[in-house]
Design a protein around this ligand. Structure first.
Ligand SMILES: Cc1ncc(COP(=O)(O)O)c(C=O)c1O
Length: 377
């Protein structure tokens, strides 16, 4: 279990920040790396050809360790929507076949599928767990021979409700469906093993649980798609791009692996050093330690919320890093702004409070939050 890591962040002592699911603060080490990266561009004569390759490849390598994949399956992308669009452009959908998504899923993992279904004369099957059955069983039972693509998260972004992706993969194998994952609300805080889950494509935007800068992210691409079509035909992802003098000797060959799916200008000299610094810190803590610490912190918090009469998902139903509390129908509509006036920051999604503390949080703050919440309800 990790002790409070607050000193590694620049969060003023009177701020109670419980909103990682919205956006994490940057670590001091990440700020230093970004500032150094930005300064390099102030003196561009110091930026050499290897600088276009080394940090991005380091980021790929470090990320691949977090999800237990090979480094050459990882592409550098700016957003979850970019990665999902890449998946949609490289997956086949036959006429009348279906793409299965969950109701209330984050839109970046919905709109590309609506477009693909329209273009290929297929259908979206949006399933809604109205009866509140076990979410994994509900999804597994909904996947059938008509489903050609299953597009899901690991936890729902609104409530943190957990999906067992290994079970989903097993069912996808039976019906021969591709599995596309948006793991933006889980990777970095929750262990996942891509050798077990075997996604076809998986995306992560870095600015939440990965503690990274905005407009950076990763796309995992299963090797069977490595000959696929990228969204952009960038020059740097082509074979021998290191040879800047010869770039006009155009080639139809790409660098190996998933590099062809990299975004244009992926070697962002300011942000990529920040991504690397965040990954180094995550690996230094270790994902399993982060997960265990947040699980423990949130179990205590969930009990306190129950004690003030709120209903929370039990531990088996939710991600270890996520707590959501259903609000009573007569709760104060100004709840969030009242809490903000007390320097407490969190989100409300649909009728639930979404409470996502992290390693900078401590029990005293959580007690203060529960006390102020009970007054404001
Ligand atoms: C589940 C999930 N995916 C993705 C995103 C961000 O998407 P994008 O990177 O396309 O802006 C969010 C932001 O809240 C999210 O909750």
């Amino acid at each position: 279990m990790l002790l409070s890591q607050r000193s590694l962040f620049s969060i003023p002592s009177d701020i109670v920040y419980l909103n990682t699911a919205y956006m994490s603060p940057l670590l001091k080490s990440v700020m230093i790396a970004i500032n150094q990266g930005t300064q390099a561009k102030e003196n561009p004569w110091k930026i050499k050809i290897p600088d276009f390759y080394e940090d991005v490849n380091k980021a790929r390598f470090l990320f691949s360790k977090i999800v237990n994949a090979k480094s050459d399956t990882i592409a550098i992308i700016p957003s979850a929507s970019y990665g999902i669009e890449t998946a949609a452009k490289n997956l086949k959908l036959s006429s009348q076949k279906e793409i299965l998504i969950l109701e209330d899923q984050f839109p970046s993992n919905v709109y590309p599928w609506i477009r693909l279904a329209e273009e290929q004369n297929g259908n979206i099957r949006m399933i809604s767990n109205k009866e509140q059955n076990d979410l994994t069983s509900f999804i597994v039972n909904s996947i059938d021979e008509k489903c050609q693509i299953v597009a899901l998260p690991n936890v729902l972004w609104t409530t943190g409700e957990l999906i067992d992706l290994v079970k989903v993969r097993q069912k996808c194998n039976i019906v021969n469906a591709a599995l596309v994952l948006d793991l933006t609300q889980s990777v970095g805080a929750m262990s996942i093993d891509f050798r077990e889950v075997k996604p076809d494509f998986a995306v992560v935007a870095n600015y939440k649980w990965m503690l990274g800068p905005y407009t950076t992210g990763f796309l995992y691409v299963d090797p069977k798609y490595h000959e696929g079509r990228p969204l952009e035909e960038g020059w740097i992802s082509r074979k021998n791009s290191q040879n800047f003098i010869n770039l006009v000797n155009y080639t139809n060959k790409y660098q190996t692996g998933a590099v062809r799916f990299d975004m244009g200008e992926r070697s962002n000299f300011s942000l990529i050093p920040g991504v690397v610094a965040a990954l180094e810190q995550l690996l230094n803590w270790s994902i399993s330690e982060i997960e265990a610490t947040l699980q423990n912190q949130n179990a205590t918090l969930a009990n306190k919320l129950k004690n003030i009469g709120l209903s929370v998902l039990n531990e088996q139903q939710r991600g270890p890093h996520f707590v959501s509390a259903e609000l009573p129908s007569d709760s104060n509509p100004d709840l969030l702004s009242i809490l903000e006036s007390k320097n407490i920051y969190l989100s409300k999604r649909a009728n639930s409070l979404r409470i996502t503390p992290h390693l900078w949080s401590n029990n005293e703050e959580l007690d203060y939050f529960v006390f102020e919440l009970s007054k404001a309800l």
